[in-house]
Design a protein around this ligand. Structure first.
Ligand code: UDP
Length: 312
């Protein structure tokens, strides 16, 4: 039975990855320090003999007994308000944590896939963003702690590939949504759903003309799975190129939730908030034969079912 270590296992993406790899017949070792993760996301896996869990901070030395075939590094605070609250931990998990896991991969002769991000493109001057674009990042702005940790992560991962011949994969993840997102994580989709369900104002930052492109979690997980099994070691964008302004996105959530008390209110735009974001997914299409299958209407319906249960 192949064995995979998944860091950030109790988080939104990590928990969906644990489910997927167990379904594929692998033995899954989940790891999380629970600073943003939630055990409820993986509680259903504990009775499964193919699953084990370590409560550990990967920015400290990582020890895993036995063999490992794969490592997926998904541990990190991932929402802008989280990295404002935990700037040092964000920097450490992307840098020291990545270094520890690359070392573990080398020791175990495992293939490692690291979760990078569209944030490496910063506030992009090119739209959509192809992998060749080097980005427009403010290293000392509030988002710099996340962006620069992830850029360092990519550099370190490529160095282990080039210098040690390690089998590495780098995925650049664009905005992703679905069940198990944290209600209070501050990101736009949990914010809008919880505000709409409670009949409050949907907090649109700035005039809402900034754009994002939202990918449903099942599509992302499929892309991660295919990239891991491919032989492509350069960074690859995975995301849904269907771009929408934040104000139009607020209207879609209002229409779906249909709470007459809910409405739009405007708040200040955060510093360095990217004005546009949309993946160029030519590489994913050509190299993996991957493209997203679930459109926003369907994805939002599924996600609404989840938020109905968890929003109080
Ligand atoms: N946003 C918003 N209202 C909120 C939260 C976010 O208008 O309550 C905006 C934010 O300014 C950004 C976009 O929605 O332009 C996406 O923000 P998010 O925090 O989800 O992630 P980002 O894509 O910026 O990393």
């Amino acid at each position: 039975m192949a064995r995979v270590l998944i860091t950030g296992a109790a988080g939104f993406l990590g928990s969906h990855l644990c489910d997927r790899f167990i379904k594929e017949g692998l033995h899954v070792i989940g790891m999380d320090n629970l600073i943003t993760g939630n055990m409820d996301n993986i509680a259903h896996l504990f009775p499964n003999k193919s699953f084990e869990f370590y409560h550990h901070d990967v920015s400290k030395f990582v020890h895993v007994p036995g063999e490992l075939d794969y490592i997926l590094h998904f541990a990190s605070p991932a929402s802008p308000i989280d990295y404002l609250k935990m700037p040092i931990q964000t920097l450490k998990v992307g840098s020291l944590g990545t270094h520890n896991l690359l070392g573990l991969a080398k020791a175990k002769k495992a293939r490692i896939l690291v979760a990078s991000t569209s944030e490496v493109y910063g506030d992009p001057l090119v739209n959509p963003q192809p992998e060749e674009y080097w980005g427009n990042v403010n290293p000392v702005g509030p988002r710099g702690v996340y962006d620069e940790a992830k850029r360092f992560q990519e550099a370190m991962t490529m160095a282990y590939h080039n210098f040690h011949g390690l089998e590495t994969r780098i995925i650049r993840i664009f905005n992703t949504y679905g069940p198990r997102m944290r209600v209070n994580d501050g990101r736009v989709l949990p914010a809008f759903f919880s505000q709409a369900i409670r009949g409050e104002g949907l907090t649109v930052f700035g005039d809402g003309s900034q754009t994002r492109s939202f990918c449903y979690v099942d599509d992302l997980v499929q892309g991660i799975y295919q990239l891991l099994l491919s032989d492509y070691h350069l960074p690859m964008n995975i995301g849904n190129p269907d771009e929408i302004s934040i104000i139009d996105f607020a209207k879609e959530v209002l229409d779906l939730v249909d709470n007459p008390k809910a409405h739009v209110i405007n708040k200040d735009l955060p510093v360095d908030d990217p004005k546009v974001r949309r993946p160029n997914i030519t590489k994913a299409k050509e190299i993996l034969g991957w493209s997203p299958k679930i459109d926003r209407a369907e994805g939002l319906r599924r996600t609404y079912e989840y938020f109905k249960q968890v929003v109080k």
